[in-house]
Design a protein around this ligand. Sequence first.
Ligand SMILES: [Zn+2]
Length: 273
Amino acid sequence: MPELPEVEVTRRGLEAPLTGATIASLRMGKPLRWPLGIAPQMLQGAVIASVQRRAKYVVLQLGNDRGVLLLHLGMSGRLEWLMNPVAPGAHDHVDIITDRGLLRLHDPRRFGAVVWSASTAVPPASKLLGHLGVEPLTDAFTADGFWAALKAARAPIKPVLLAGHLVVGVGNIYACEALFEAGIRPTVRAERLSRPRVARLHAAIQRILTLAIAQGGSSLKDFAAVDGQAGGFQKIVQVYGRAGKPCRVCAEPIQVMRQAQRATYYCSRCQCF
Ligand SMILES: [Zn+2]
């Protein structure tokens, strides 16, 4: 499913074409995870003032107090930017038609959504964004703050990372890779990690996410950037999806186990803390 790097790659691809574009109309297809929350014709003429991101939401800020549009890719969604629009297919559920081109949500499983809100400070945006953890690639995410938050976690570190309550955007592939880089066993209790270990994990999370964005994200199933370009991070992973293959550091076979319904890949020799 698209995680923070994939959503950031999507946002960067939309920033230039959408900033300053005027919405001409919206076409809504089959119902998505949440309703739009406004009559589509009410958005006609709204100018997209900026294209931002919070966790896994792309946030289109509309000018002249016309509100915000939150775009979420769900399990299988991707956004496409089409200069020369073609007719929508069976899995194309939202078209935002602008004076510059068409923004299309393609989402076979329909867990994605496009949601309007009067601002990010009021529902539904405040409900969707309010409980989210800190952004990992900002100054708000500090090693000391992370360590203090983990002290109160009372669960193994891997599911704590995936939950997104402390820090957002560390999805399964990135949690596995960051724990490998930090040398931390995924089953170790979060509250038992020492301050130096947490500092290593903090650095690993930032480095892995930054690397993944630079690689255009991960295309595990069908993710692609808004121009159709697939991501490349899945080709340079150390542990994710490599069960039974030799560790690239110590040659020990990579292990796989289930944690909170998710596959965890790790090296039992390199990740011993
Ligand atoms: Zn190893």
